[in-house]
Structure formats: C-alpha cells, structure tokens
Design a protein around this ligand. Sequence first.
Ligand SMILES: *Cc1c(COP(=O)(O)O)cnc(C)c1O
Length: 393
Amino acid sequence: MQTSPRARPKSRWIDPFAPEHIRRLVADFGSPLLIIDCARVRAQYRSLARALPGVDLHYALKPLPHAAVVETIREEGGFFDLATTGEVQLVSRLGIDPARCIHTHPIKRDIDIRNALQAGVRVFVADNVDELEKFIPYRGEAQLLLRVSFRAPGAVCDLSRKFGCDPEALLELARHARRLGLVLRGLSFHVGSQAPNPLKHLEAIETCDKLLKQARRERLGPFDTLDIGGGFPIGYGERAPDMRRFCAPLRAALAQLPRRVRVIAEPGRYIAGPSAIGVASVMGRAEREGHWWYYLDDGLYGSYSGQLYDHARYPVEVLREGEERLPSVLAGPTCDSIDVIAENLMLPRLRPGDLVVGRSMGAYTWASASEFNFFPRATVVAANRHAGDGGGV
Ligand SMILES: *Cc1c(COP(=O)(O)O)cnc(C)c1O
C-alpha cells in the first residue's frame, strides 16, 4: 500500500463529458474533437463481461480503431478481433499478445493472411471453398473458424447477406476443409449490428451447437470454439438496453453447450459507442426562411458519417443556456447540400464558437469520417487512460 502523498496520482478521475471539461479540452486541443473516456470503455467492457460470464470478449477494432481503447481493453484482460492489415499493425505496435487476437475477415488476400501470420495471429475465418484454399500453404500455422450466416432482416445492418455460409451447406464446407488438411477450430457468426433483441443470437447458438456436434461426430476437426460475434446494442437517446437482461437467454443457451467448447464474442459498438462524444464548434450562422442555420466544423462527411453509413441518430445538445428557443438546423461544414446533421430543433440562439455535443458517438463515427472538402477529421483525445493513475488527459 502506498501512503506517501507523492506516490498518489497527480490527477483525479474526471468526467470528460461534463461541460467544463469539454470546454477545457477544446481550448487545449481545438475543434472538432472526439473525446474518448477510457473509464466508460472499461465500464462497458465490464458490463458485457458480467452479462456473459465465461465468454472471452474480443473487442472488434472496426468501430473505433484507437490505441486508447485497445490499451484499455488490454488492461481489462480482454481479447481482440482484427479484420485488416491496418488493424493488425495497430495492435502489433501496441505490443498486444497476438495469441489474444483473431482475424475475422471472411475474404482476404494472400498478403493479408501473411501479414497476420507474421504478426503471430493464428486464428482466421473463412466461409467458402475459395477462401479455404487460400490457407493450403499455411495449413501448419493457421487455424480456422467457419462463418455461418443467419439472415437478420430486422437488424439495422444485416451482416449475414454479405458474409457467411448457409447452415445447410456448412458440413460440406467443413468436409472440404478436412480434405485439404486444414485445422477447423469451430464456428462463428455475426447476427448484424445493433440487434433489436437476442432472438437471432439465440437461434444461431442453437444451430451452431448442432453443427459443432455433427462436425465432431464426423471428426472434421477439433471444433471446440464458438464465436457468437457482435451486435450487442446500445441506446441512442432512448434508454440503453440492460445488457444482463438482453443476455439472459444467451447465458441459458450457452450453459447447454458441452463444457469443452470455448465461447468468444466480438463486441464493437457496445464497447465503443457510449464511450465517446463528438464536439463541434459553430463556424457561422444564417437565418433562412424562419430557421437559424448553424454551420459546424464537423458534419456528415466527418464524425457524423455514421448517420449515413450506420443509420444512427446521435443525440445532440448545445453548450449554451438561453430561455428563448428558435427553430434551428445544424449543418456540417462542407459545400454539399446533404451535409445536414439535424433539422427542426428548438435551440437557443447560438454564436460562432459555441459548442455542439453529440452523445454516443464512439462507434462507426470517426472511424468512417472523411476529409471531404479538406475539412480535417476530428482530433481524438482520450481521458482516464489508466485505471491506476486516475484521470487527466
Ligand atoms: C463489425 C464486426 C463486429 C462488431 O460488431 P458490433 O455490432 O459493432 O458489435 C464484430 N465482428 C465482425 C466480424 C465484424 O465485422
């Protein structure tokens, strides 16, 4: 135990989403910003770990591929889900143990496979014969999960249209892999992001349980891993789903699996989404047809890109008090007419330099932002980086 005051952390834990800290961070780092709170990353990770005890959580880097998030997950004892050479390089640079990583892109070039193998990653995903054959030169090193598709027309992003093998065709694919001498570790699926309820996960777990048993009966490989993917939902403005409750049927289904099956998951949005906010500044304003238009330094081509690609709506608020509310429009900075963040808002009268905050903006926002019109992407700042030494940026 440390008693010396000098050994105590220099800075205390802060809430970087509180207005006074937002203002300070913009004063220090400029605008626009994406503020990541590693304390919230940690809380989201722990909440999902509690909801899915015994399941190894591989943070999927895609929604927010940032070192601060990766390092926070490592401190929590988590694992990683990589899909590209760029993501492999990010975790390698941070010294992440490659044994804690899997590569889950179902379609890869030979160079992608080689880069991942060279970094020490061993587990890959395939969903068709062509992809299996790419692993023939590496059959001594690589192990595979076969990705199964479960269509989810209800999901905001149905990932089973683009990837995955029909459950009916899975065993034939596994037999082919066996003939090629490949090592099959198990099955994976992704029911689609922001799942509205746990029913798809449940159906997929039950079907995969049967397929794993059949594959083992036929001695097609170890088949000792089930990867239940991502899709765990968050709240955007409306109340966040209770993850323990959401996962209750999944816990029950997973408890029925044979003991030797290792279960892993690939949460992305659930970890990253609530853990960051976007902060933009008013560049200028104009009154047009009875509405105040505010032009911000971030928009649909920047951090708000998720409103297009991810079909999300981020709750926005302004850091200005004022009794009088006027019909207002928040627009992005570019010269394109679709670059409008929100319309028909009732806002106090804003001035250039005023700050606009978007909540739940960690996932699929900054990651898919462009520099269209040469407006730079938001600067990322991370607060509360290390659990031990408290807050600060
Ligand atoms: C995008 C993706 C994830 C993360 O999905 P979320 O819905 O954000 O949790 C996980 N696994 C794979 C293979 C993905 O493509």
